[in-house]
Design a protein around this ligand. Structure first.
Ligand SMILES: *Cc1c(COP(=O)(O)O)cnc(C)c1O
Length: 227
C-alpha cells in the first residue's frame, strides 16, 4: 500500500484530539514528500544529522519532532527549526536547549521523557528525577524553553496488560503534575506523547494525545530494529 493511503487510513482511525507524528527515520526525503503532498505536516526523526539534512531538503512548513536521544553538543544543529523535542532527559540538556533557543531568538517546546519500561536500556528520567526537574530553581529561570508535556515508551512485549500499565503510570504522573506544578510558567502541559506502531491503540485508550508511528506508515525500516 502507498504511504499516502496508509496515512489517510491511520488518520481516519484516530480520535480527533490525537496528533499523529509520522516517524520517518531511515526513510528517504522522497517518502516524506509523498506524505507531505497528501497534507501531512508532523514528522519525527531520532537523529539530529538526519533531521537537519531532511529539513534542508524539504518544505519549511514541516513540523519536525526530535524523538530520539539528544546529545548536548548537537542541540545547536536543530535549535533554529525544531518544532518539539520529545526526549529531554536531563537538566543539563534542557539548559543547553534554553541557551541555543535564546541564540536563535526562540522558545523551544520540549517534553520530558520519563522511563516507564521495564527494560533498563531505555533513556529517560525516572519519575522522581522528572519531578525534581519540574520543581527546580534552574527551570524557573529559563526563558527560552517550555515544557509542554511528557513522553514515554512502553516495554517491547506482547503483554498488552504490561504495556497498558506502563502507559497508565505515565498518564497518572501527567495528571498529578498538571496541578502540582501549575504555578510554573515553563510547564504548560498539553501533550502526552505515547504510542508507536505496535501499541498506539492501547496508548490512546490510556490517554495519549500524540502518537509516534513509523513502520505502520512507511513500512519496515531497513535495519535490525532495536526498538
Ligand atoms: C522509531 C520510533 C518510533 C516509531 O516506531 P514504529 O514502531 O516504527 O512505529 C516511535 N518513537 C520513538 C522514540 C522511536 O524511536
Amino acid at each position: 500500500m502507498s504511504i499516502a493511503k496508509n496515512l489517510s487510513q491511520l488518520k481516519a482511525s484516530l480520535p480527533g484530539h490525537v496528533t499523529l507524528v509520522a516517524v520517518s527515520k531511515t526513510h528517504p526525503a522522497a517518502s516524506i514528500r509523498e506524505a507531505y503532498d497528501s497534507g501531512h505536516r508532523n514528522f519525527g526523526e531520532n537523529k539530529v544529522q538526519e533531521m537537519a539534512a531532511k529539513a534542508a531538503a524539504l518544505p519549511s512548513d514541516i513540523h519536525w519532532h526530535l524523538i530520539g536521544h539528544l546529545q548536548t553538543n548537537k542541540v545547536k544543529q536543530i535549535a533554529g527549526f525544531v518544532h518539539l523535542i520529545h526526549s529531554v532527559d536531563s537538566l543539563k540538556l534542557l539548559q543547553e536547549i534554553n541557551k541555543q533557543a535564546q541564540k536563535a531568538g526562540r522558545v523551544i517546546d520540549c517534553l520530558l521523557q520519563v522511563h516507564i519500561a521495564s527494560e533498563s536500556t531505555k533513556f529517560g528520567l525516572t519519575a522522581g528525577e522528572a519531578e525534581a526537574l519540574l520543581g527546580s530553581e534552574e527551570l524557573a529561570g529559563m526563558q527560552h524553553v517550555c515544557i509542554t508535556g511528557l513522553m514515554g515508551m512502553a516495554t517491547f512485549t506482547d503483554n498488552g496488560e504490561q504495556v497498558r500499565g506502563e502507559f497508565r503510570s505515565l498518564r497518572n504522573m501527567f495528571i498529578d503534575w498538571q496541578k502540582r506544578f501549575a504555578h510554573i510558567p515553563q510547564w504548560q502541559p498539553a501533550i502526552l506523547s505515547m504510542g508507536m506502531s505496535g501499541d498506539y491503540h492501547i496508548a490512546i485508550e490510556e490517554g495519549s494525545t500524540m502518537v509516534r508511528v513509523g513502520s505502520a506508515i512507511f513500512g519496515e525500516r531497513d535495519y535490525i530494529q532495536k526498538h
